[in-house]
Design a protein around this ligand. Structure first.
Ligand SMILES: *[C@@H]1O[C@H](CO)[C@@H](O)[C@H](O)[C@H]1NC(C)=O
Ligand SMILES: *[C@@H]1O[C@H](CO)[C@@H](O)[C@H](O)[C@H]1NC(C)=O
Ligand SMILES: *[C@@H]1O[C@H](CO)[C@@H](O)[C@H](O)[C@H]1NC(C)=O
Ligand SMILES: [Zn+2]
Length: 270
């Protein structure tokens, strides 16, 4: 009996003094020869590689690269100026918008491999029914399931010779505007479906000062539905219409939450 009491105290001490740990997830892709590029635009290209051994007999090794790229390659931010003549250029976007709470709307189970899938206001509404109204200072991530499935195949990823890629529609974009979010990011190449020649979602979001993040890697199942911080770090191209970006999710996980231990205790006590 005494032994059991000691054990109980020990468990409670562990649960009260619960350490928190932070998981950092990389939500971006590498910039290399395989980086996805918008058809017709400049690919990411390291076109000069200097490697010198034993420079002047005093420097053992010297290496430097020179690259050229379109702004909208791989994981990148779309700045409002991309579709709004008077909108913020990349260097104008206030910093706090790049360090803000994130949340995830996952429609990948519905998309499956349907290139004609449409993201609609009802998808936002069903998320909000479960998790509450989307707060105004967040960056919303949408998982279509495109990362793992298609990133390595340019034609499939862009829906070339398919009707479209499964994307955001203006009506849903309007809901994000009404929530006052800072940004919308997705695991597809564009805020708009390929068949939307007017780029309506781009227009609705960017003209409301909501930045976009395209080509995110949202394959990790460790991204929570909400309650994580998102760091979005585009290269500060002053005049940028967009820029390649590092995007990271910081997830606080409180280890040894009390409840599992209470369950164990109730088992022991039987
Ligand atoms: C990428 O492409 C360049 C130019 O074609 C080539 O020199 C380089 O070796 C490639 N890099 C890798 C890692 O394959
Ligand atoms: C965001 O929401 C907070 C809390 O509800 C409110 O105080 C603030 O005015 C809102 N900001 C904007 C820009 O709507
Ligand atoms: C895709 O469509 C383009 C024209 O839009 C055509 O030139 C090309 O051959 C097609 N590719 C395949 C694999 O069907
Ligand atoms: Zn873009």
């Amino acid at each position: 009996m005494v032994g059991r009491c000691m054990f109980l105290v020990f468990l409670f001490r562990m649960s009260l003094g619960a350490p928190t740990s932070q998981l950092i997830l990389d939500l971006g892709y590498d910039y290399d020869n395989n980086t996805q590029w918008w058809p017709g635009m400049q690919k990411f290209d390291i076109f000069e590689r200097t490697r010198i051994k034993n420079v002047y007999g005093i420097i053992p090794w010297f290496a430097v690269n020179t690259f050229k790229t379109a702004e909208h390659v791989g994981t990148h931010v779309d700045a409002p100026f991309h579709f709004d003549e008077n909108g913020w250029k990349l260097g104008d976007i206030p910093l706090e918008r790049f360090y803000s709470p994130g949340l995830l709307i996952d429609v990948s189970n519905e998309v499956k491999d349907n290139f004609d899938f449409e993201f609609e206001p009802r998808h936002i509404q069903s998320w909000e029914a479960k998790h509450g109204r989307i707060p105004n200072n967040t960056v919303v991530l949408i998982r279509f399931g495109w990362s793992k499935k298609h990133y390595s195949n340019h034609d499939d990823y862009y829906g070339i010779n398919k009707t479209t890629t499964p994307l955001n529609f203006p009506a849903a974009a309007q809901v994000f505007v009404s929530r006052g979010v800072y940004g919308v990011g997705l695991d597809t190449p564009s805020l708009d479906p390929g068949k939307n020649a007017a780029f309506e979602a781009h227009n609705v979001l960017l003209r409301a000062r909501i930045f976009g993040i395209e080509n995110l890697n949202l394959a990790s199942q460790q991204i929570p539905v909400k309650d994580f911080m998102l760091h979005v770090m585009p290269m500060k191209i002053t005049e940028g219409t967009g820029a390649p970006a590092r995007v990271m999710a910081f997830i606080n996980s409180q280890e040894n939450k009390g409840f599992p231990f209470l369950n164990i205790i109730s088992q022991l006590w039987k």
